[in-house]
Ligand binder design. Sequence first.
Ligand SMILES: C[S@@+](CC[C@H](N)C(=O)[O-])C[C@H]1O[C@@H](n2cnc3c(N)ncnc32)[C@H](O)[C@@H]1O
Length: 354
Amino acid sequence: MSKIINILKEKKSIPLDQFINIVLYDKKFGYYMKNNPFGKEGDFITSPLISNLFGEMLAVWCVSFWEYIGKPNKILLVELGPGDGTLCKNLLNTSKKFKDFYNSLEVNLLEISNKLKTIQKKKINNKKVKWIKKIQEINYGPVIFLGNEFFDALPIKQIYKKKKLFFEKYVALSNDNKKIRFLSKKADNNLIKRIQNLNLISNSNLIEYPLEAIKFLSSIAKKINKFDGGLLTFDYGYTVHKSQNTLQSVKKHRYTNILSMPHHSDISSHINFKLFHKVLKKSNLNVKKIINQNEFLKKIGILERANVLSKKMTFKEKANMYYRLKRLLDPKEMGSLFKVMFAQKKNKNFSLGF
Ligand SMILES: C[S@@+](CC[C@H](N)C(=O)[O-])C[C@H]1O[C@@H](n2cnc3c(N)ncnc32)[C@H](O)[C@@H]1O
């Protein structure tokens, strides 16, 4: 019997964010805790796995940032949610080409899943890399936080406004206990106050409240303020607010119903980048204008790099590289739905890629 069904039998109903947390991250039964969901054989694919050029270009970006802040003797790179470890592996490989940077570099990986941690350890195998469980463990810097599809994998709440009343989305069992269904409950006043404080209400009838992500942003901002550094993040998302349900579930590279395969399919949501921008600004950071992945990767020279590499490639290799690049850059694929956000200490203005 599935863990979530047992919990719902016992508790009758739970808020959407708790549901997402249990189905994805329950220690034993969570989707991310027992699966390797990435790649052709898995359920979905991410930019670092599509093309090694993604990690290679991010390494060059990190080297430039390190130079900008004065080439400190130690620079800590924290990858948020490193998945199967591909991005970290590629970052380290390219960094080796920049000897002084590589000598200064230490890496922390923030990963909740022991299953993925084992996969990462096998793939990366480098003494520079340590695993952490919480942002609070970080006690030196400067620190570069890097995340690809980390924030969109965190639980969110959904709140509806109906005739001036607020309702929170809950999850419960159907009357015959066989199916999982959504349910609305009157939202509590504290929750309404919190979304009001974030100006999330405006005219929209559906409000998505990424409470976990906001907690992460605040603790990351504290570390950047204390030790210097920045946060560079890539996620599915939007900058112009849409009053729409952005929750999605994926299984074997196809969209599926969020409630139909709990613990066995991925769940994610789109990031409200305007809100992220606001939260980080409130935390006293300098946040660059949010841009599309396409624009960022082109500005940091991914096409020029591909051109150099292509000179030593066979026709087949070249076709493969450009096919993969197209997936990262084409606005119809990941080029425009994916956004890039960079926040740094208030007195700094590093702008490569923006
Ligand atoms: C969608 S995957 C992205 C993986 C990888 N960055 C990539 O692009 O291939 C989300 C990652 O975040 C991790 N994760 C989710 N919530 C987390 C949390 N609260 N703390 C640490 N890691 C978390 C997941 O286990 C997974 O590694």
